[in-house]
Design a protein around this ligand. Structure first.
Ligand code: AMP
Ligand code: MG
Length: 492
């Protein structure tokens, strides 16, 4: 089939051919289009109208392989909830190839839910409609919040029912776009299985593709770069209240993008102990644990590079010390990003010291926890305080003395004109969020064939900072009873 030049240029297939299996997507019986992301298509140099055509949909469903694609299931390993699994890999995903976008960035295009592969183990290789649309909604929301993330180019229904724990459910395939799909878990597999030459080739591939500022052969520099990318990413998650839910090493990229949206959720009331995932019974991946988990995962990454750092065992202990230093630096890197983000969220001047910024932020978050204040809306209300609504938050809390004490300390540190500070705060604090109840409402409608709520929600979330009339319900917190009972399930 023809119709569109995709412009594939597949360096992974060329250079790391051994890191996976060449395997085509498995066709589905009756593909139909759910959605195409027009602006992302254009960014990739693809024709959105063609993608939405019958021919296009066949390609998006895996019923036809695009010209120039070299479908592959990538192999990887990973630590899942702390336990090492030596062979995971794409059990229901096919990398199609790479496209260089309008900004010159190389991006992976792949299908998810596209059928069984040599890595499927007991799985059916498929994805259910609900989780596919959830990934679409949440990843678009994250992108609009300025957070590095994989994107969804398109979603199609398969016309087939698949079996899940709660019975038969419609299947879907999504087209995922990512800086790459290389994970900490990929490096773990390479470390375990690959030859010396292959290990070197893999490290150099990661360096050139994602961290080209690092000099060739500078493996400590590569650790630094991955640590920095993740420190920046996780600080952004912590600023918006995103809970990934399943931060296994196979779900953490080497590029620094958010990937593998499964049982993810956003905080409502601020709470470091918030967990929504049904499988995270110990709270390993609770909101407040995400920075330390990221650091733990990065230590697993650094371990994969040790053989390259120390081909000679006599130098090993020094190099382990040097690598450990790089991992420890995650804390200061993360802290720097986190402080910068919260300084902006609170409208505090750049010149305010880290200590003063941290004290104000920590005290605010402590009050938000104690008073069950909404993690998102509180920051918008603070801007209204600057606009004269002195009691915008005070009227919501039980302990208004404690609140007003914090508020006056904060106001004393807001040194620029209150109106322009409030406007600047509104440019970084979203009014609209992919709140869990809104996402569930959209998915419930989609399950009955009504995609209008999904499209409406996407429209709101694609511009989360600008308040528009008629959208109040997208800004309001969920009823507390909803959040107390809310559980997310893995995206299978
Ligand atoms: P996840 O927890 O979604 O990141 O997936 C962990 C592993 O399970 C990955 O290797 C997936 O490819 C695999 N997997 C998840 N769901 C399925 C499925 N329905 N069929 C086959 N493999 C799956
Ligand atoms: Mg995964």
């Amino acid at each position: 089939m023809h119709g569109m030049d995709w412009g594939f240029d597949n360096t992974f297939a060329r250079k790391l051919d051994w890191l996976g299996a060449a395997v085509d997507p498995v066709p589905v019986s009756a593909p139909s289009l759910l959605t195409v992301n027009d602006s992302l298509a254009l960014e990739l140099g693809l024709d959105p109208q063609w993608l939405a055509s019958t021919d296009g949909v066949a390609h998006l469903a895996g019923n036809a392989v695009p010209e120039g694609a070299q479908p592959r299931a990538q192999a990887y390993a990973g630590h899942q909830f702390g336990q090492f699994s030596p062979l995971l890999g794409d059990g229901r995903a096919h990398l199609l190839g790479e496209v260089v976008d309008a900004h010159g960035a190389r991006r992976d295009l792949g299908l998810k839910g596209s059928g069984r592969t040599p890595f499927s183990r007991g799985g059916d290789g498929r994805a259910a409609l609900g989780p596919v649309l959830r990934e679409l909604i949440v990843s678009e929301a994250m992108h609009a919040l300025g957070i590095p993330t994989s994107r969804v180019l398109a979603a199609v229904a398969t016309g087939e029912q698949i079996l899940r724990a709660d019975g038969p459910t419609p299947g879907a395939v999504l087209t995922r776009v990512a800086a790459s799909h290389l994970r900490v878990g990929t490096a773990e597999l390479v470390r375990m299985r690959a030859s010396d030459a292959q290990q070197l080739a893999f490290a150099d591939y990661v360096r050139r593709r994602h961290h080209p500022q690092v000099a060739e052969g500078d493996h400590l520099g590569l650790i630094d770069a991955v640590v920095e990318a993740q420190a920046s990413l996780i600080a952004r998650w912590m600023s918006v209240g995103f809970i990934h839910g399943v931060m296994n090493t196979d779900n953490m990229t080497l590029s620094g993008e958010t990937i593998d949206y499964g049982p993810c959720a956003f905080l409502e009331a601020h709470d470091p102990n918030a967990v929504f995932s049904s499988i995270d019974t110990m709270g390993r991946y609770r909101f407040g644990a995400q920075p330390s988990i990221a650091q733990w995962n990065l230590a697993r990454y650094a371990e994969t590079l040790l053989p390259l750092l120390a081909p000679d065992p006599s130098t090993e202990s020094d190099l382990i010390e040097a690598a450990t230093e790089r991992i420890r630096a995650f804390e200061t890197r993360f802290r720097g990003h986190w402080l910068r983000l919260y300084r902006g969220k609170l409208g505090l001047p750049d010149a305010l010291s880290d200590t003063a910024t941290a004290a104000l932020t920590d005290d605010l978050l402590a009050i938000m926890l104690a008073e069950r204040l909404d993690h998102t809306r509180t920051f918008r209300l603070l801007a209204t305080v600057l606009r004269g609504a002195d009691r915008a938050v005070a009227d919501l809390v039980d302990d208004s003395v404690r609140w007003l004490d914090w508020q006056s300390r904060w106001l004393a540190n807001v040194t620029t004109d209150p109106q322009s500070t409030a406007d600047a705060m509104d440019r970084v604090n979203p009014a609209y969020l992919a709140r869990n109840h809104l996402v569930e409402e959209a998915l419930a409608a989609a399950a009955t064939g009504d995609l209008a709520p999904t499209e409406a929600l996407l429209d709101v979330l694609r511009d989360p900072f600008t308040v528009r009339p008629g959208l109040d319900r997208y800004a309001a917190p969920a009823p507390a009873s909803f959040t107390a009972a809310y559980v997310t399930f893995c995206g299978t």
